[in-house]
Design a protein around this ligand. Structure first.
Ligand code: G1P
Ligand code: ZN
Length: 548
């Protein structure tokens, strides 16, 4: 075959009106993506929004879900047609989101395309997604995602090379049009990076001394990474990794490591047969779940505990520069930052807001209440990183997860915290609820609800301290005089109807009161949250669909 003669074709197309990227890229039902031209229109809109990539490298990979391989073939041929010089693809089309970020950085690539709908289910009747990451390895900032959306509304054609499919399973190089395509080991770069950050010998010794764990890869992307790192390098017992083969439909499961979809791990951790650590990650490997024997760790607490203990890991031994958390994430990390006398940044929901802070060296550790934690090692949240960090802390402190959590609460106080999700409610009701809250905002301060007084209420806006950009309407906050908080926002990642998220938090300094069941500890605030937003009236629901 005379590959150099491969033909670049310009295909006429018409715009789709619904290609605005959400909290984390474009997510739709798989069938929407499978429509002729749908994916290609979006990919062309990405390339048309970028400048200066001719001859440069693009990283491409995904979480292995249904349509991943087909989508990757389209992306490769379009990247070649648009002028990229080299396309790096994870073998089998596999790259976890954090591994894609690590590869972009290690290879000094121009950017990357990640095919994933994260923790949403996969399959022909489930979800698919695509997002673009910039050269720092992080999600494209709003300026770029808005440009992509603008292009998608006026697109008339896209460019694609006429070429046979690339064999995604064979490591090595090939050509598509003028571009070099390199199929790489999806794990190697990521694994070496982890070895530079954590004390692998100490963790391996802890496993030799009898430490036990179960990590559930949920038949999603992290299986190969966890097997290589946990069972391979660190010597965790064979079988420590559950569901370690990535499957296109995630084994019919919902690859979200929360207390609903990973209930079996929670039950195991609370049972007599509990290993020392139960952990899991989501579809694309950026979320984490950490449960010690008899002790669930909320993601907000996990962020605070990681920030307080990061210096125990070799990669962070000089201390951390600062911590960032998304606004709805509990304020447990704020107390750690205060003690360490380092900066604390409160950003809108979504990892893309951490990129500037990390690039500017203002923060080292970031986290979100939605099971995301990470650091300046990449520009995405990183599920296995968080679990390795916990293993490193456990190996260094030689205490159980439960003892570490309880000692943390005793030292810093406990932020009781819960999120109530009302999924797939009608969009009209959801919008009316938020509009209603906005209308009430000016009158809320000073109002009493039972024993609680509202101190302030606003619609969160964020001014990025690095580039000055302002993001408005990022969630309604009701702040009480005693430090309690209720936050309301609509999900930006759903693919059906609207999802209302209500975040509820109360601070309790007294260690004698650290044993209350979370929903009971928050009961009055939960009732107030329903009353202020008139949740029942607007959603028609009496109870949330998911409580985390
Ligand atoms: C959700 C989480 C958010 C996270 C995002 C991507 O977004 O709440 O913290 O960054 O998924 O994993 P949402 O659906 O709330 O917009
Ligand atoms: Zn994810």
């Amino acid at each position: 075959m005379t590959l150099a003669l491969a033909e670049i074709r310009t295909i006429a197309t018409t715009p789709f009106p619904d290609q605005r990227p959400g909290t984390s890229g474009l997510r739709k039902k798989t069938k929407v993506f499978q429509q002729p031209h749908y994916l290609a229109n979006f990919v062309q809109s990405i390339f048309s929004s970028l400048d200066g990539f001719e001859g440069k490298t693009l990283v491409v990979g995904g979480d292995g879900r249904f349509f991943n391989r087909e989508a990757i073939q389209i992306v490769i041929r379009m990247a070649a047609a648009n002028g990229f010089g080299e396309i790096l693809v994870g073998r089998g089309g596999i790259l976890s989101t954090p591994a894609a970020s690590a590869l972009i950085r290690a290879e000094k690539a121009f950017g990357g395309i990640v095919l994933s709908a994260s923790h949403n289910p996969g399959g022909p009747d489930a979800d698919f997604g695509i997002k673009y990451n910039i050269s720092n390895g992080g999600p494209a900032p709003e300026k770029i995602t808005e440009a992509i959306f603008a292009h998608s509304k006026t697109i008339e054609s896209y460019r694609i090379v006429e070429a046979p499919d690339v064999d995604l399973d064979a490591l090595g190089e090939t050509r598509v049009g003028e571009a070099k395509v390199r199929i790489v080991d999806p794990v190697a770069v990521y694994q070496s990076l982890m070895e530079t950050l954590f004390d692998f010998p100490a963790i391996a010794q802890m496993f030799r001394d009898g430490f036990t764990m179960k990590f559930d890869a949920m038949s999603a992307v992290t299986g190969p990474y966890a097997k290589a790192i946990l069972e391979g390098s660190l010597g965790a017992a064979p079988g420590s990794v559950l569901n370690g083969e990535p499957l296109p439909d995630f084994g019919h499961h919902h690859p979200d490591p929360n207390l609903v979809h990973a209930r079996h791990l929670y039950d195991l951790a609370m049972s007599d047969a509990a290993p020392d650590l139960c952990a899991a990650s989501d579809g694309d490997g950026d979320r984490n779940l950490v449960i010690g024997r008899g002790q669930f760790v909320t993601p907000s607490d996990s962020l605070a505990i990681i920030a307080a203990n990061a210096h125990l890991a070799p990669g962070y031994k000089g201390g951390i520069a600062g911590v960032a958390r998304s606004m709805p994430t509990s304020r447990a990390a704020d107390r750690v930052a205060e003690k360490l006398k380092i900066g604390l940044y409160e950003t809108p929901t979504g990892w893309k807001f951490f990129g500037n802070l990390l690039d500017a060296g203002k923060v080292t550790i970031c986290g979100e209440e939605s099971a995301g934690a990470g650091s300046n090692h990449v520009r995405e949240k990183d599920g296995l990183w968080a679990i390795l960090m916990w293993l490193n802390i456990l190996a260094a402190r030689k205490q159980s997860v439960k003892d570490i959590v309880r000692a943390h609460w005793a030292a810093f106080g406990r932020n009781y915290y819960s999120r109530h999700d009302y999924e797939e409610i009608a969009s009209e009701g959801a919008d009316a609820l938020i509009d209603g809250l906005r209308a009430k905002l000016p009158g809320l301060a000073g109002k009493n609800f039972g024993a609680l007084t509202v101190e302030a209420a606003d619609d969160f806006a964020y001014a990025d301290p690095v580039d000055g950009s302002v993001s408005k309407n990022q969630g309604i906050r009701v702040l009480f005089a005693d430090g309690s908080r209720i936050v309301y926002r609509l999900s930006g990642t759903g693919t059906a109807g609207a999802t209302l998220r209500v975040y509820i938090e109360r601070f309790e300094p007294d260690p004698a009161k650290h044993d209350i069941e979370t929903q009971a500890a928050l009961a009055d605030l939960i009732a107030i949250a329903g009353e202020i937003a008139e949740i029942r009236r607007h959603t028609g629901r009496d109870t949330p669909s998911v409580i985390t």
